[in-house]
Design a protein around this ligand. Structure first.
Ligand code: 13P
Length: 311
């Protein structure tokens, strides 16, 4: 038996023994997606965390996702394999700076993309993900002034769809802002039979050439339902594992970035997770997400409001 299989066996044994659930995001390594009880996009993961009956939640993703699971489940223990698995979007919006920003726009409600810290969520009226951003924004009357943080690309995209002029925080995802539209167009010329699809965290010039724009789950559903056989995909390459699984007869080409030599964009934070770290984390129930009662109480409201609107 290979060391990897042994680890998988041990993880499954510990999971049963501890009544744990493993939730993985599409961007983690394939073996960590395969071992999960649930693999999905940020919205699906939050919804799954909200309904789990497990005592222990193991979040194989990044810090803000585990934090969200903890906020929804204050009485449960939430652990993640590597505490250093952060998010450039969450880092782009420190709570103190955001508080100053928010104070400049008194009559505005705040919509925060789920890729932000728990502290920022405490200053938020409703949270959203890329899957439900349009629905969340449309849940406000047109005359309601809005602040959208921290992803300016998603915010810009929603502004363009709705004709709103939401005030945008100046943040971006370090993975999605690196796609090169020139290289993508070159690749489209080389593969005229391929369709180009993108995540809304990409910059405007990239989104303008995309045939379809959606969250990771939306992109996966789109390629599965499409008659097309070839796709150029602009989001973190971890999603290609599920696309290849769902459509073994189709071809998925990762969209090129401005500086990649491998031809694909990886999120170095997501890739901090490993089978070995997952095993150690589950065995020791560490590192654990801890938040003050006050933060949980305040940050819970905008998340529950999102879950309610998304039903
Ligand atoms: P979704 O999984 O909601 O598409 O978002 C991707 C992402 O930014 C994860 O950090």
């Amino acid at each position: 038996i290979s060391p990897e299989l042994k680890l998988v066996e041990e993880i499954n044994r510990l999971k049963k023994e501890k009544n744990a659930v493993i939730l993985s995001h599409y961007y983690v390594e394939s073996d960590l997606q395969d071992i999960a009880d649930y693999v999905g996009d940020s919205l699906g993961l939050a919804q799954e965390a909200a309904k789990t009956e497990a005592d222990l939640i193991v979040f194989v993703g990044v810090h803000f996702m585990a934090e969200t699971a903890k906020i929804i489940n204050p009485s449960k223990k939430v652990i993640l394999p590597d505490l250093k698995a952060g998010c450039s979007l969450a880092d782009s919006a420190p709570a103190d700076k955001f508080a100053e920003f928010k104070a400049q726009y008194p009559n505005h409600q705040v919509i925060s993309y789920i890729n932000c810290t728990a502290d920022l969520k405490t200053m938020t009226d409703v949270v959203c993900t890329s899957a439900n951003a349009l629905k969340i924004v449309n849940s406000f009357p047109p005359e309601q002034k809005l602040i959208f943080a921290p992803d300016k690309n998603l915010g810009n995209y929603i502004n363009s769809l709705t004709g709103r002029e939401m005030v945008l925080w100046d943040g971006a995802c370090m993975v999605h802002e690196k796609y090169s539209v020139e290289k993508i167009i070159e690749l489209m010329d080389q593969h005229p039979d391929a369709e180009f699809i993108a995540h809304p965290e990409c910059e405007k010039p990239v989104l303008l050439v995309a045939k379809y724009i959606g969250s990771t789950t939306a992109l996966l559903n789109y390629v599965t339902a499409s008659q097309k056989k070839k796709f150029i995909v602009a989001t973190e390459s971890g999603i290609l594992h599920q696309m290849n699984r769902a459509c073994p007869d189709k071809i998925f080409i990762p969209a090129p970035s401005i500086d990649s030599t491998c031809g694909c964009n990886d999120c170095s934070y997501m890739k901090l997770n490993s089978l070995q770290k997952l095993y150690i984390c589950l065995k020791n129930e560490l590192p654990e997400i801890t938040l003050s009662d006050e933060v949980i109480k305040k940050a819970q409201l905008p998340i529950l409001r999102m879950l309610e609107i998304s039903k």
